[in-house]
Design a protein around this ligand. Structure first.
Ligand code: NAD
Ligand code: UFG
Length: 340
């Protein structure tokens, strides 16, 4: 039987590119649709070196309905994994309409094009940010959703729209995957995360300090009610996440319905724990300074991944030391990302 083709929107990006590896390893043929607004087409050569085949890249926007009709009508896709979107919380506050347009409108255009083409299996990149500030951790999927910014609301709106769609047309097979904090890189060091400009997130910032691109890490507050006073998050290795998508796809193939699942480790790590683990990985002390709290930050949260384990048979296998070692390998080998 021919290998099933999976359309991966945003597949040139950080999580999407790692998922292309996991898909290829699981016997699927990933086809990337990406407008490259936050990624680099040269990722394909790296994917070729890891998997032995170069994924096709369709350069275009998920909001382009005519393009989607052409793509979905031209070959038989068994499923779509929808990563394409924008993800910076601060930018979403500054430009809510742009965020709703890309993340919400883009997802609606994609779902309607899929419906027309008869492709009804969809894995959607949601985020733990839909929970907002939780009452307690670990957070189960049944916790109330109180997203605190336009980015989080854009993810929640898409979740609700897709749940309504599945309710009205029960033949759909949809997984809403709520990622906690994706970090790390493929163990080959060939693909990884390369944020444009000054990184917002902890791990890319730490990487850039370690490689000498930035002078020091500013720890955003050490007076939180956590064991060492710094913020606590559920960091999950991007390859575990990638494998979670394959597991979600297999589950969707087995049965129609809607699954809403946390993808995290179930364990929290503080900023200082991440810094110490990274120092072990890179073998040098990292200059740090404590600064004020970052506005809008939640002190601590981590996910309850037990439903994903029960439903998908998936759990995160890679720990913080491996996340740091793999991030460091990627950063050291590719200080300019995919650019030479
Ligand atoms: P990324 O920016 O590396 O990847 C997103 C990709 O989508 C990029 O390649 C970008 O060029 C592409 N893209 C954006 N808008 C597009 C459009 N309209 N049409 C076509 N392509 C478009 O980000 P990532 O970290 O890989 O995140 C992937 C998804 O996971 C996003 O939807 C994000 O919101 C979600 N997510 C990410 C995190 C995280 O911390 N990285 C956490 C939770 C959820
Ligand atoms: N932090 C620092 N210094 C930095 C960067 C971060 O101390 O330079 C701290 C933060 O205060 C926080 C922790 O490191 O305590 C993690 O911060 P990140 O920015 O890496 O991650 P967040 O949990 O704040 O946010 C991320 C994504 C959001 C997403 C959310 C939930 O950036 O888009 O996870 O999935 F919504």
């Amino acid at each position: 039987m021919a290998s099933p083709h999976v359309l991966v929107t945003g597949g040139a990006g950080f999580i999407g590119s790692h998922t292309c590896v996991a898909l290829a390893e699981a016997g699927y043929v990933p086809v990337i649709l990406d407008n490259l607004c936050n990624s680099d087409a040269r990722v394909r050569e790296r994917l070729q070196r890891i998997t032995g085949s170069t994924p096709r890249l369709i350069e275009g926007d998920v909001r382009d309905r005519a393009l989607l009709d052409r793509v979905l009508g031209s070959e038989a896709f068994s499923a779509v994994i929808h990563f394409a979107g924008v993800k910076a919380v601060g930018d979403s506050v500054a430009d809510p309409l742009g965020y709703y347009d890309n993340n919400v409108h883009g997802s609606l255009v994609l779902a309607s094009a899929m419906r027309q083409a008869g492709v009804r299996t969809l894995i959607f990149s949601s985020s733990a940010t839909v929970y907002g500030e939780p009452d307690h951790s670990p957070i189960p999927e049944s916790a109330p959703c109180r997203p605190a910014n336009p980015y989080g609301r854009s993810k929640r709106m898409v979740e609700e729209a897709l749940a309504d769609l599945q309710q009205s047309e029960p033949g759909w097979r949809i997984a809403l995957l709520r990622y906690f904090n994706p970090v790390g890189a493929h163990e080959s060091g060939l693909i990884g995360e390369h944020p444009q400009g000054k990184p917002n997130n902890l791990m890319p910032f730490v990487c850039q300090v370690a490689v000498g691109l930035r002078e020091k890490l500013v720890i955003h507050g050490d007076d939180y009610p956590t064991p060492d006073g710094t913020g606590v998050r559920d960091y999950v290795h991007v390859m575990d996440l990638a494998e979670g998508h394959v597991a979600a796809l297999r589950h969707a193939e087995r049965q129609p319905g809607l699954a809403t699942l946390n993808l995290g480790t179930g364990r929290g790590a503080s900023v200082l724990e991440v810094v110490r683990a990274f120092e072990r990985a890179c073998g040098r002390p990292l200059p740090c300074e404590v600064g004020p709290r970052r506005p809008g930050d939640v002190p601590a949260y981590w996910g309850d991944p037990s439903l994903a384990q029960a439903t998908l048979g998936w759990r995160a296998r890679r720990g913080l030391d491996q996340m740091c070692a793999d991030s460091w390998r990627w950063q050291q080998g590719n200080p300019n990302g995919y650019a030479p």
